[in-house]
Design a binder for this molecule. Sequence first.
Ligand code: B1M
Length: 225
Amino acid sequence: MQELLKTIADRVIAGRVDAQSPHPPELAGQPGVKELVTQALDQGADPLTVLNQGLLAGMEVVGRQFRDCEIFIPDVLVACQAMRAGADLLRPHLREGGASPLGKFIIGTVKGDLHDIGKNLVSMMLEGAGFEIVDLGINVPEEKFVEAARAHPGVPIGLSALLSTTMVNMEKTIRALRAANLPGGVKTVIGGAPITQEFADQIGADAFAPDASLAVEAVKRLMAA
Ligand code: B1M
């Protein structure tokens, strides 16, 4: 199984979605992430292990190579496509059997930021835990978060940011939500690669989660508080 997980990670890095994809030419005829994830699930692999040790392990390398300018935006985009194809297959398996909805959760990537893989993973894990997700998408301005909070009273809101230049928009969003003076207030959870607990405290977020699994715990804790 370890070998298969490693191949899944390698195929994410190579951006190979499935056996029919023309990309990359040197892997023509070889299985892609879709076939390999299906194979792992058929062999009884734990979906969370496939996510962490296959898909996310691959994305970690992609992140490092992008940072070190070894690969460029088009390479990152094909890797993201492969990662998404695998995540879509895992989604139904991550759902807890027959769990009744625990409530709603609003989520979006803040203004100026187009990164959505982490946000989608957080959504997927929360969905799996029994939450109904209201996904506002990417590049979400403060007003849209406020509008959603009005439309879904009492529902906690998650903000995702991946850029040091957009994390400041989390603070603006939290301020706008407070200024809207909604009955019962609004609880916020924040996360994303540059976010820390210290930053969350500084901007007055109610919770911080460093990854998707801990986001589920954080949201459950907030709802129980
Ligand atoms: Co961008 N990018 N990117 N990028 N990109 C980073 C973030 C960067 C760190 C790469 C680098 O230089 N090392 C860097 C930011 C530097 C900084 O600000 N400090 C960067 C840059 C600079 C840029 C551009 C400016 C590049 C350019 O144009 N020159 C540009 C900005 C575009 C914009 O947003 N306005 C840009 C563009 C892109 C792509 C479009 C090519 C693509 C995004 C595609 C997409 O998302 N649809 C992309 C990608 C893929 C990355 C890296 C390589 C990978 C991000 C990712 O998806 N990781 C990234 C490098 C890196 O992070 N190491 C990088 C996998 C994902 C599962 O992890 O998103 O961290 P992550 O989510 C985790 C946790 O953070 C947490 O849980 C998730 C799962 O465990 N989490 C939450 C996330 N949100 C949460 C919310 C929560 C709780 C937890 O509660 C609500």
